[in-house]
Design a protein around this ligand. Structure first.
Ligand code: SDX
Length: 426
């Protein structure tokens, strides 16, 4: 199938490519060479940047599939490392493959001892996301044996190392932030229990894993693992297209995720709920969110793709109740505000017309705060989970035989050519 682009009595045939499911694409690769014109789509609202087999989102139906499997089934029946295997290799692991994968990841969780000294350069109150950008990027200084991206073996080792070490670095960033000693990983714990222990154990007493909280956080990691070509994943792909080493690419993804319009929304959403404080103040904030002249937005609401309820938010809400019940938190004022804010917003014409629904970041903050994490750690946890998605997408890009460096063009509206004027004549 193809389409014809007609402009200024020129017509250009452009092939239409169809996917397995979801929108087809118009291949505009020859547009410039045949018309001298570019397409224009800042924010990429109508642009597919690549072909991918990893994650599919149907924004209108509120569907999210990892390698074809619905997110609710993976979150219900599997664990995070199973999802990591699926995203990386494309199939659910057999029992033997899962055991081997768990073993490999577990035995890469330690970081070079010099990394501990790397942290000493930061102020104690440095935002943990700043520490994560720096420390994940610094990993490339320690692993010269896995930065040759043309070698599939080195690509896989670098992938395993990042999935395994990012939680350790995240826990170290948290411990450094609160002034407690670093806790080494323990190989007899599962991935998420290991992470919780590295965050919350102290040398003065044994740390008891709460299986309900560990399972809840593991599920939260599954929900955040990948999400098609979002801003941070696109950042990782663009960085990787130049041949930069994988550690540097993931560090770039962490930097992009930090923004409040993206992964930083979970921290911003909790701050917003705290600022609203009580249910009676909600109408004032709803009015601000609707006021064109007020830059205030309801953090945790809206999405570029989901024009229906974010399927992850539903599972997130259930997990919030599970965690609060387990911790005996009966009436969390923030949850009361969140539930009432959601109820009001979903019945308000402005939000209905603009198809603004809660997204994954709306409830995650309440859950993570209840588990004992400070708001500054919320996006770090998002980065821990999304590392596997970034790596799977980076790997898919590197292994694409048609891969080339990403280099968009522009619409130039600056000054036309003009002659240099000596300073005395300006
Ligand atoms: C994530 O891309 C991904 O997949 C991201 C993510 C992932 O897993 O990787 O899902 C994770 O980043 C979730 C989103 C977290 N961000 C927030 O919760 C921040 C608040 N949300 C918004 O900033 C906004 O909704 C975005 C950034 C998420 C989406 O912005 P778009 O697609 O560019 O939409 P838009 O800004 O053009 O908004 C459309 C309209 C606008 O009104 P008009 O100009 O048409 O009159 O809706 C309004 C906006 O003003 N609007 C909101 C709103 N979000 C959009 N109004 C009030 N509150 C909001 N939250």
């Amino acid at each position: 199938m193809s389409g014809t682009f007609i402009f200024d009595n020129k017509s250009v045939e452009m092939p239409v490519k169809e996917g397995t499911i979801g929108p087809s694409v118009v291949d505009i690769g020859k547009l410039y060479s045949q018309t001298g014109m570019f397409t224009y789509d800042p924010g990429f609202t109508s642009t597919a940047s690549c072909e991918s087999k990893i994650t599919y989102i149907d924004g209108d139906e509120g569907v999210l599939l990892y390698r074809g499997y619905p997110i609710d089934q993976l979150a219900e029946h599997g664990d995070f490392l199973e999802t990591c295997y699926l995203l990386l290799y494309g199939e659910l692991p057999t029992a033997a493959q899962k055991a081997d994968f768990d073993y490999t990841i577990t035995r890469h969780t330690m970081v070079h001892e010099q990394m501990a000294r790397f942290f000493q350069g930061f102020r104690r109150d440095a935002h943990p996301m700043a520490v994560m950008v720096a420390s994940v990027g610094a990993l490339s200084a320690f692993y010269h044996d896995s930065t040759d991206i043309s070698d599939p073996k080195q690509r896989m080792i670098a992938s395993m190392r990042m999935i395994a070490k990012v939680p350790t670095l995240a826990a170290m960033a948290y411990k450094y932030y609160i002034g407690q000693p670093f806790v080494y990983p323990k190989n007899d714990l599962d991935y998420t229990s290991n992470f919780l222990r590295m965050c919350f154990a102290v040398p003065c007493e044994d740390y008891k894993i709460n299986p309900v909280l560990s399972r809840a956080l593991d599920r939260i990691f599954i929900l955040h693992a990948d999400h098609e070509q979002n801003a941070s994943t696109s950042t990782v792909r663009l960085s990787g297209s130049s041949g930069a080493n994988p550690f540097a690419c993931i560090a770039a993804g962490i930097a992009c995720l930090w923004g409040p319009a993206h992964g930083g929304a979970n921290e911003a959403a909790l701050k917003m709920l705290s600022e609203i404080g009580t249910v009676d103040r909600i109408p004032h904030y709803i009015a601000r969110a609707k006021d064109k002249n007020d830059p205030f937005r309801l953090m945790g609401f809206g999405h570029r793709v989901y024009k229906n309820y974010d399927p992850r938010a539903k599972i997130m809400q259930r997990t919030t109740h599970e965690v609060l019940n387990e911790l005996g938190i009966k009436d969390d004022p923030l949850l009361d505000v969140a539930l009432e804010l959601e109820r009001i917003a979903l019945h308000d014409d402005y939000f209905i017309e603009k198809k603004l629904y809660p997204n994954i970041d709306f409830y995650s903050g309440i859950t993570l705060k209840a588990m004992g994490f400070p708001t500054t750690m919320f996006t770090v946890l998002f980065a821990v989970a999304r590392t596997v998605g970034w790596i799977a997408q980076w790997k898919e890009m590197i292994e694409d035989p048609g891969q080339k460096i990403g280099r968009p063009r522009q619409l130039y509206t600056g000054a036309p050519k003009r002659e240099y004027a000596p300073i005395g004549k300006r």
